[in-house]
Design a protein around this ligand. Structure first.
Ligand code: MN3
Length: 202
């Protein structure tokens, strides 16, 4: 069964002014669609065809560049769209808030750590908030389309929040100002969704 490009839960212009409609449209309909099609081509006729994307990534042969890049790209963007929302999705609360404060001291210190991971990822990649079994959370970053589900990659654990820092994610609106884009991302985080993912994975 082939993977399908997921639909967004909101319109391309819904995240403006933080993320512009043109960037969203190209990012979803061109970039994410490309990863999806290339992933399907890479697994066609192999035993990976019948597996979930999580199982494919967790058992990945890291030398398989086609599945690594396109499977990562498919999964990472699917998560990315879902952890953003145009509506106010509540402040961070509950057990996730406690876990973040336990790991980083305060929300502001977590935000600083996450922003630094995103800003200092050299070239293309992602910043992540991950949860380990037992509920400990950790910030890290990965190059290209790698992600923490893959064997031996970065902090491990289950990613529950991810930020795409490839230039295609922000260049039209922010040009080289990646830190401004990172700051804007914090205005559109869907904390209700992140908490849901935290509860499911901890
Ligand atoms: Mn991208």
């Amino acid at each position: 069964m082939a993977f399908e490009l997921p639909q967004l839960n909101y319109a391309y212009d819904a995240l403006e002014p933080h993320i512009d409609a043109r960037t969203m449209e190209i990012h979803h309909s061109k970039h994410h669609n490309g990863y999806t099609n290339n992933l399907n081509a890479a697994i066609a006729g192999t035993d990976l065809e019948s597996k979930s994307i999580e199982v494919i990534l967790a058992g990945l042969d890291m030398s398989n560049k086609a599945v690594r890049n396109n499977g990562g790209g498919f999964y990472n963007h699917s998560l990315f769209w879902n952890v953003m929302s145009p509506e106010e999705k509540g402040a961070l609360s509950g057990e996730l808030k406690s876990a973040i404060i336990s790991a980083y001291g305060s929300f502001d210190d977590f935000k600083t750590a996450f922003s630094k991971a995103a800003a200092t990822q050299f070239g293309s990649g992602w910043a992540w908030l991950c949860v380990h079994k037992g509920g400990k959370v950790e910030v890290c970053s990965t190059p290209n389309q790698d992600n923490p589900l893959m064997p031996g990659v970065s902090c491990g654990g289950t990613p529950i929040l991810g930020l795409d820092v490839w230039e295609h994610a922000y260049y039209l609106n922010y040009q080289n100002r990646r830190p401004d884009y990172i700051e804007a991302f914090f205005s559109v985080i869907n904390w209700a969704e992140v908490e849901k993912r935290f509860s499911a994975a901890k």
